[in-house]
Design a protein around this ligand. Structure first.
Ligand SMILES: *Cc1c(COP(=O)(O)O)cnc(C)c1O
Length: 368
């Protein structure tokens, strides 16, 4: 994990945000890169907020000593340790009445009001409250604020199609957000922290930046809109494995489960110790490429739980030699985007599913 790349990407996003603050989205172990080291690097790069999905992630940041910076939990789920979260100065989202009830109940136990962000459903149709229920939610939250159980900090929403520039829903969501945030601010009698933009919007929609932008994937150097190029970002993750075994086999050898790959001639195979238990998708059997002995090689046969095989032909590789599964692409290795394209998914899924059996090694300065 290249933390220098993380810092550089955050600095670039900060520049693109043109005055808006950056909330670095570090949910799901920082998209598989490692929560705490990435959070620290993002702060060093100029982020002034952190965003996660679950309370446990926010508490993990606080326990690791990441304090003095707001941390927002984006996904409220019933029964989370809200009193602990409020006591740890974690910001929480209110997108429905039950969330307000739980937070209002948690606040006295925490000994302080819960810092909350109102979540508007402006057209994603996932979390939050839509325009019909909005005035009632705003009233309820302001009543709780008057009672001292919550402090309203911000108002937020999330784009459904920001990665498809020109999609008609984008303008509709922007209008709805402006209306709903305006309503909440009028009712509150003050400005609130407005935030809407994910990576794609941060990079392509100046009118969506508001007070804070919330980039995730771009922090990790992967493009939110691959058709539009890399936006000058640098991928932070390189996934490698050292060959476990190299051996010569005759023509006609069936390789791995199901013998879906059969050698056409005598050849050299290498066993690479990374499998679907480590996040190498089994759908990548006979499909994904890796860099070994200076060239791209396709995975030969099925990806197993702990390992897969590659066919080296007559090239030389020894046990212990490095195989690069994906990375920034500098050395000719595939990128996470290449893997995503081959598999029909998005780069987010490739990096996030790298399993925690895989040790994370941090380069580029661990303290930012
Ligand atoms: C994950 C997430 C983001 C970041 O999205 P990217 O497409 O990775 O930039 C922003 N906001 C919310 C609420 C999210 O959950």
């Amino acid at each position: 994990m290249d933390l220098g790349a993380v810092r550089g990407n955050v600095a670039l996003l900060r520049e693109r945000a043109a005055g808006a603050e950056v909330m670095a989205m570090v949910k799901a172990e920082a998209y598989g890169h490692g929560l705490v080291p990435v959070a620290r690097a993002a702060l060093a790069g100029g982020a002034t907020w952190l965003g996660v999905a679950r309370v446990a992630e926010a508490l993990a940041l606080r326990s690791a000593g990441v304090t003095g910076v707001p941390v927002l939990v984006g996904l409220s789920v019933p029964g989370e340790p809200y009193a602990e979260a409020v006591a740890a100065d974690v910001d929480l989202v209110v997108g429905a009445a039950w969330m307000l009830d739980e937070l209002a109940a948690a606040a006295p136990r925490a000994g302080r009001p819960a810092r909350v962000h109102l979540k508007a459903d402006t057209g994603m149709t996932r979390g939050g409250t839509g325009p019909d229920g909005w005035p009632a939610l705003v009233d309820a939250v302001l009543a709780a604020e008057a009672a001292g159980t919550v402090e309203v900090v911000g108002v937020m929403s999330h784009f459904a199609c920001a990665d498809e520039p020109g999609h008609p829903s984008i303008a509709r969501q922007l209008t709805a957000f402006t209306d709903m945030a305006g309503h909440a601010e009028k009712a509150a009698g003050r400005r609130l922290v407005r935030h809407l933009a994910n990576s794609a919007a941060t990079l392509t929609l100046p009118e969506a930046r508001f007070d804070v932008v919330r980039p995730g994937i771009a922090i990790y150097g992967l493009s939110p809109i691959p058709e539009r190029g890399g936006f000058g970002l640098r991928p932070a993750m390189t996934l490698t494995a050292d060959a476990a075994l190299v051996k010569r086999v005759p023509a006609g050898s069936g390789v791995s489960y199901g013998h879906t790959f059969v050698t056409e001639r005598e050849t050299t195979l290498a066993v690479v110790p990374a499998g679907y238990g480590d996040g190498v998708p089994r759908h990548g059997s006979n499909l994904l490429e890796v860099l070994a002995a200076g060239r791209r090689r396709r995975i030969a046969g099925r990806v197993c739980m702990d390992q897969f095989v590659i066919d080296l032909g007559d090239d030389v590789l020894e046990a212990g030699d490095e195989v690069v599964l994906f990375g920034p692409g500098d050395r000719g290795e595939p990128t996470a985007q290449d893997w995503a394209d081959a598999l029909g998914t998005i780069s987010y899924e490739i990096v996030t599913r790298v399993g925690f059996r895989v040790p994370r090694v941090y380069v580029g300065g661990t303290d930012g």
